[in-house]
Write a protein that binds this ligand. Structure first.
Ligand SMILES: Nc1nc2c(ncn2[C@@H]2O[C@H](COP(=O)(O)OP(=O)(O)O)[C@@H](O)[C@H]2O)c(=O)[nH]1
Ligand SMILES: [Mg+2]
Length: 303
């Protein structure tokens, strides 16, 4: 499927399609591609191919549902994974839709989300997989995935829910943060009192409303902060740095960074120059034992 000469909307849909992690997401973006595909004669073959693909994907989902295969088998854990846990109606689906490319069903009715919903949060060059689990009170709730997640985001709308959920998760080692949602329905006085109460219990919390975009941005920052990562922007001599960072552990040495690219690449390095937080000045020449910091720009010169 050549995407050259296609509209930017088509290209965007195709990108999302290629990045999609579930068949449901793929179907959504494939439908968008079909919508955006030109309808003239020369594009007929392409349109037909897209439609065949859609049909096959739908069949695949139908078969998986019929065989009763649990959705957990089909979740591929990404390098960075956070899960959303809370009771029904706390705003998990709404939050997932705001943070990621996913399109979960959002309703006022109870127990809508029966199987995990998956999305990818793309923020400051970092991809984080975010999964909404069915309500923790639902019998379909699967603790298995909570054990392997890197971060648990507990979403609540009542103070008592925090402890109730924490008790259910007490054996799970992942980091946990709390989102107190629907703050828009509280008045200033109620908000102040609640904040004091949350602080006194030493909870790591954010008081938010899904409807406030700036609070969503702060939440993204908070989620990213809870992953122990550093971003490195690689640069070739004479060219600007890449905008998509390489993700490494904080305090990695330049040798570890180079080896992450490839062992054979690491062997060919003859000079390294750095800019940014770990450098004393821009274009500083350093050795391979130098330790990087988040947001460094690194230029490897090879033989
Ligand atoms: N007032 C208010 N309503 C919200 C907020 N977030 C979600 N809702 C509403 O709460 C209901 C349940 O949301 P949903 O995301 O489906 O919750 P879930 O069951 O936890 O997935 C929907 O009607 C949402 O529109 C919020 O920040 N403020
Ligand atoms: Mg939901």
């Amino acid at each position: 499927m050549a995407s050259t000469n296609q509209s930017p909307f088509y290209q965007k849909a195709e990108q999302e399609f290629l990045a999609a992690q579930t068949n449901e997401e793929k179907i959504h973006w494939l439908q968008e591609m079909i919508k955006e595909c030109p309808k003239h004669k020369s594009a007929e073959k392409m349109l037909a191919q897209l439609k065949t693909r859609l049909k096959k994907l739908k069949e695949k989902i139908y078969k998986a549902k019929k065989s009763g295969k649990s959705s957990r088998d089909t979740i591929k854990k990404a390098d960075r994974q956070a899960i959303l846990i809370g009771y029904t109606n706390s705003g998990k689906s709404s939050l997932l839709a705001k943070l990621t490319n996913a399109h979960p069903t959002i309703t006022e009715h109870e127990f809508t989300t029966q199987t995990p919903e998956i999305g990818t949060m793309k923020f400051q060059g970092v991809d984080i997989q975010i999964i909404e689990l069915p309500s923790i009170k639902n019998k379909k709730f699967d603790f298995g995935i909570a054990y392997t997640a890197d971060l648990i985001i507990i979403i609540v709308i009542k103070f008592e829910q925090i402890q109730e959920i924490k008790n259910l998760l007490d054996k799970i080692p992942a980091k946990k943060i709390i989102i107190f949602n629907k703050s828009d329905i509280l008045n200033q006085n109620e908000k102040r009192k609640l904040t004091e109460k949350l602080k006194s219990k030493k909870h790591d919390f954010s008081l938010t409303s899904i409807f406030k975009d700036e609070e969503i941005e702060q939440l993204k920052e908070k989620i990213l902060e809870n992953f122990d990562i550093a971003r490195i922007y690689l640069k070739e001599p004479g060219k600007p740095a890449t905008d998509k960072p390489m993700i490494v552990k904080p305090n990695s040495t330049l040798e570890q960074v180079a080896k992450k690219i490839s062992n054979s690449f690491a062997k060919t390095i003859k000079e390294v120059r750095i800019w940014g937080p770990s450098s004393k000045f821009g274009n500083q020449r350093v050795g391979l034992s130098h330790k990087i910091k988040d947001k460094d720009v690194v230029e490897f010169k090879t033989r």
